[in-house]
Design a protein around this ligand. Sequence first.
Ligand code: LLP
Length: 450
Amino acid sequence: SSGVVRGADGAVRVAGVDVRDLAATHGTPAYVVDEADVRARARAYRTAFETACAQVGTGVDVYYAGKALLTRAVARWVHDEGLRVDTASGGELAVALAAGVPGAHLGLHGNNKSDDELRAALDAGVGRIIVDSLVEVDRLAALVREHRGPAGAPAPVMVRVTTGVHAGGHEFISTAHEDQKFGLSLAAGPDGGDSPALAALLRVLDHPELHLLGIHSHIGSQILDPSGFAVAAHRVLALRAALRERTGVLVDEVDLGGGYGIAYLPHEVPLDPDRIAKEVAQAVADAARELGTPLPRLSIEPGRAIVGPPGLTLYTVGTVKPVRLDDGRVRTYVSVDGGMSDNIRPALYGAQYHAAIVSRVSDVAPVLARVVGKHCESGDIVVHEVQLPGDVRAGDLLAVAATGAYGRSMASNYNLLTRPPVVAVTAGESRVLVRRETVEDLLALDVAAT
Ligand code: LLP
């Protein structure tokens, strides 16, 4: 996080709080999140997009993608900073509502939403439901009828389309057909007729219970090459023009999803909000002009870029074990008190992280280390490769940087570990946002002895 400073005594402070105090007060492992940094990043994305969109002559809504990390406090922070909240399940929706975010500022996503989730969204009056299949369009229309009666207000709907653009990291491929579960393809349908995307838009227009707000596209995550957004924008706007051509209906809004990449390692360069906002706004403006259509209102859904960098995970080092590799090098295995249950990303995606000993400095030469967890499998790696002081030892506090997104939100109870707390640090103070689970919590779920 931007609030991380190493003091003269070698100990690190986050937003003015010494990590040794954090460990003493809250225990380890703990997710630590710097509130001011979350707020600053939320503001940076909102201002960048508002400025860039105003320059081309349109408006924008920024939705924070709650899947990255959602607690009531986090939802409040980003909402205070003028963001709306995108939810991907009934659970996320409930937390955002409990935080006091008005339904009108919420969106609901999902490729297989349950009737209960859709009803909850209708009850809350969510600002938009992003539909993901023809079946869902019809099901939602029926639920609206049942829920509100035939004269009730229509449910606001966006249709999620797949543009054939997939981006993430450095890979960027463009294909006509899709082989994944999300969205409705822009490519010609199986019978060579209308694309599934156009068919879904037409189907929404057929239902008086639904109000078609616009078209949604999410091209991937941890994107560091912004060119994919421009390609997706052109394709989505072309679909919007095709819909107008066919029906005379011009939808107001285009959502280009999230995916803005962050730096996980010291040498990595994150996407710059101002630059990406300019490029996206320009691409939308260019496409609208080429197609001869008015500019749509824009929306985006960053998750990781808001909460990733402001979060770190604090662990305590337990065992230290040198292992001789086949090539003669020695790798020091440093075990910490958490692991794949609090951060599955290295095991799931081969994700790379940076770690450091934060409770002291050492003048002992660094060694090649691998930070591992305490789970019962060898893939339980927290940081594949990092230089740590040669005298790294039990009791040292070790921090892994940039774990704020998709750490807690993808945490599990594997090996029946209790999930760590989420601790906020703000101007020299810390407070618990989500408490540490206890063994009693785990036993409470286990309701039958035989
Ligand atoms: N909008 C939609 C429709 C999405 O599916 C996602 C992420 C986002 C927004 C936010 O994307 P972000 O800005 O955070 O990249 N668990 C994976 C990431 C999965 C993202 C899924 N969708 C990870 O840990 O890298």
